[in-house]
Design a protein around this ligand. Sequence first.
Ligand code: GLC
Length: 756
Amino acid sequence: MSLQISDLIAQMTLEEKAALCTGETAWTTSGVERLGLESAFVSDGPHGLRRVAVVPSLMAEAIPATCFPVAAALSASWNVDLAHELGQAIAQEAIDIHVDIVLGPGMNIKRSPLCGRNFEYFSEDPLLAGKMASALVDGIQSKGVGACVKHFAVNNQETRRFTVDAIVDDRALHEIYLAGFEIAIRESNPWTVMCAYNSVNGTFAAENHYLLTEVLRDQWGFEGFVMSDWGAVHDRVAGIKAGLELEMPGPSPDRTQAVVDAVNAGELDMATLNQAVERLLKVILRAQETPKGGGTIDVAGHHALAQRIASECLVLLKNEDNVLPLDGNERVAVIGKAAKNPVFQGGGSSHINATRTDSALDFLRQRSEVQYAVGDASVDLDQAAIDEAVTIANGADVALLFIALPESVESEGYDRDNLYLTPQQVALIHAVAAANPRVVVILNNGSAIDMHSWINDVDAIIEAWLPGQAGAGAIVDVLFGDVNPSGKLGETFPIKLSDTPCHLSFPGEQDIVRYGEGIFVGYRGYDALEREVLFPFGYGLSYTQFEYSNLHVSAIDFDLGQALQVTLDVTNVGEVAGKEVVQLYVADVESRLPRPVKELKAFAKVALEPGETKQVTLTLDDRAFMYYDPNYSQWVAEAGEFDLLVGSSAADTRLTTRVNLTEGTPLPSNIALNSTLNEWLADPEGAELAKPLLDKFFGEEESDSLGVDMLTFFQDLPLPQVLRFTGEDDSDKNPDEIVKDLVDKVHARSMHKIQA
Ligand code: GLC
């Protein structure tokens, strides 16, 4: 293919090359008929295919396809194998209905539960997001269909998404907002990346050379091409220079002309344009090697798969007095519009024309004596509907309340401004709970909701997310215990919105959103703020119980480059089979820069029969101990102790142990003329070389007329000023010259040490 590509590039005219860098239509790349280059077809994504039947229409009706559980649900399964299977199924449907590149997974970090598109995203944690995305990409691409991780980057809100500028510090950028993408790109090499609409630190993502070239390619080795989000391009030439190969949607003849003009005017190197064309051709030709179309979707098989996946995504949040599972002998009051008309996906570009849907009410009627009331048909108060629901609840052994956030509340294109259910839903829950002693709430939502006003009135809560077209069957299987729920939250549920770490800066003001909480997002923030939460990250109940034992680490003292193997035993000590998600968090006992209390660094899901014990192995590589140091613009690990916390959620540590990193990342000294006294004392070489000078000025006295310890008093003062403050010295050099000489000596010794 490489010969073919260089041949093609050699034969293409400037106009054809420029045209290739913009879509031919809303969903296709530009072909070059005379050279036999066909267009590639791209379609959303990410939890099924929205392939329009009529091209070039942007919003035409889509061909029916399977709607699988959304990302928020899938990540709650913590099952990367399931994500891989889902990816393969979507790829098979892409082959069947002719899609070359699937526009997914969406994997932006859930900075605030308010983000309208959180249903399309995996987690507040970059490791969980990255691993789930990576598995999905592998699944899709294993069938010779392209994937597209999106939206790169720092696209964590819908408010003013086309114009907002995300101001984010380097640590938060790399440790939180890029880290998931880095995992997906390094581990699964997606053929394409979609850049976001927003700006990052003052530059549109679509023209952001730092993101699209320095990070994506130079640091991570990304080999595919970057496409824009639809309508995200402002300056096409700047985009090509930055590393944006494809503008979507097309056609945009003015943009194509701008590229031609820029080359002719010498403002854009032909080499740069050729590089963009080469990147495009590599993926397009690779995608087209996989024959497409002419197939029919395996509706039944994929519907069954969608249900099996969904059943692992449901999170049992509450189950007081084990009101669940039901045994089928109960008289059941089924209440809520969503029981009859399932809410199984979100609004916007991911909205799929599902091949079929199931209703929980139908399944429940097959298994129990059921009465139904709609309950929450309206968003505003409808007392008659509540009264009807209360009536059937009065006569039942258990009331099942199906509560779904309306699409009008949560969707692409806008954010929520609160976490509440609708007034009708809250009133309905209170009224039904007053009428029946056994109340189970089944939720359909894409992100955390506020439950404080009603959670104590109900006995059980199942978080069913937006579980895809077959979600109803999964919900009923969990209600009756045919499936033991094994989902765990991929995001924290706060007690109230104002508890969220980003509360004061989300969604920002006009076109500026400052990520003031830095790396302290999600559980990292709640831990650092010592704030209680409603349900912690990684939380989820089961119909059985698990015990952890025999924690062992392959080494207590270890070096970088020596991956640590952590093993432990997990036992099912309950009466029914179940699956447990074992989570491993790392806590840096002492660090030069502030770090989260703990961070998720590995996880594994294990299936266990009653009484069964299995050994679980988790691996920690160097990155598990590192943070991003903006002083060096790189990831670093500091020597010292780390606690390994193994548990069933971020708030449920079962076993711990402490390990010791003997040598940190070798780093050159960054001592400089204006380094402070403290920085000199913290630098191994600096402290030694500056000691004679400091001893002379500070000597033994602990304090003087100021009544303070002078070293502490001057700790944040640059060394030259310290010398000026502390008076004369016998050198014929001025303080700046004295310090400059010292700095040179420190760097020489530091480099010598590193090279040794
Ligand atoms: C939308 C979305 C993006 C989607 C694209 C095509 O605006 O932001 O996720 O893939 O446009 O529909």
